[in-house]
Ligand binder design. Structure first.
Ligand code: GLN
Length: 302
């Protein structure tokens, strides 16, 4: 690769070609200690200039206007301050589909896909039924259920109005806005009362499960930018599981399932809570790629 090609614009030297812009951006990320700077520089360049990274190879000397660089450089500066790449470029893929994200919602994680796989492996994936996503955030779970379970009507709850706006945007983007009802409220509260009692086949949730006293130890990208209520699971990170276990039995019909994501070392504690309550039996526990028990599926007893 060639060295930096710069142009004089007023008194500010800016990279004048695609290649030099790429190199300058990567240098900003490297100086800030961003680990995956080679790839991230491509993503940020693509987002800032509206080009494909292939153009850096096919047309390295392609010109860049000063204002294009100013816009792109601001993205690199944000990343250098540890803002997650996904908030800067505005999307994250989940099950191969792009979801809009902003700092009002948790960035979807690949291990959360296990929850959808579990529902798809159940008999509810192909029949007419009602499914619920608790704490929908970006809506990645609710939208995936609507798309991949064609007979399902989905309800999605979240206590954050700005998060629900993101989720609605994603439902619209993926053409399932009419299949999902959105409710603002804590946990399953918006669905309590008689209307839905005993009618739900599957409840999924990726609850906040980081122990409160560990939130400040998270990487800066997470700690300083992702919404704290989406992460902080209170004492031992287990408080939201108590709510889910208390509020879901009256909503699920017998044989219905409660599918939850779990944090590191929480599997045993959660199983103990389940066996104390008798309304559920543990059906499946699945590990993520790192070998951590990550997903638990409970079945409502009759
Ligand atoms: N359901 C969303 C997700 O899985 C948000 C979860 C949350 O905010 N804890 O990404």
């Amino acid at each position: 690769m060639e060295t930096d090609t710069t142009a004089l614009h007023g008194s500010v030297r800016h990279p004048a070609t695609l290649l030099s812009a790429y190199q300058r951006g990567m240098a900003i990320l490297e100086a800030a200690g961003v680990a995956n700077s080679r790839n991230e520089a491509f993503w940020l360049l693509e987002s800032g200039l509206g080009i494909s990274r292939l153009m850096v190879y096919s047309d390295p000397q392609g010109r860049i206007e000063p204002e294009e660089w100013t816009r792109t450089e601001s993205l690199f500066r944000r990343r250098a301050l540890r803002e997650p790449l996904q908030y800067i470029v505005g999307t994250q893929a989940f099950r191969g589909r792009d979801f809009l994200v902003n700092p009002n919602v948790l960035i979807p994680r690949p291990e959360t896909e296990l929850l959808i796989e579990e529902v798809l492996a159940s008999r509810f994936s192909t029949v007419r039924c009602h499914m619920v996503d608790v704490g929908t955030g970006s809506g990645c779970l609710a939208v995936s259920l609507a798309l991949d379970c064609p007979g399902a009507t989905v309800s999605a709850t979240d206590c954050s109005a700005p998060a629900l706006r993101v989720a609605r945007g994603n439902a619209q983007r993926h053409g399932v806005l009419r299949r999902i009802r959105f409710f603002r409220g804590e946990c399953l509260e918006p669905l309590s009362g008689r209307t839905f009692a005993g009618t739900i086949s599957a409840i999924v949730s990726n609850p906040p499960y980081i122990p409160a006293d560990q939130c400040d130890l998270l990487p800066p990208e997470v700690r300083a930018f992702e919404p704290r209520p989406a992460l902080d699971g209170g004492l031992n990170g287990l408080e939201f599981y108590d709510r889910l276990l208390a509020e879901s039995p009256s909503l699920l019909h017998p044989g219905g399932i409660l599918v939850m994501e779990m944090g590191m070392n929480q599997s045993e504690d959660i199983c103990r809570k389940v066996s104390d309550k008798k309304e559920f039996v543990v059906k499946t526990i699945r590990r993520d790629q790192a070998g951590i028990d990550r997903m638990i599926c409970l079945e409502r007893t009759s």
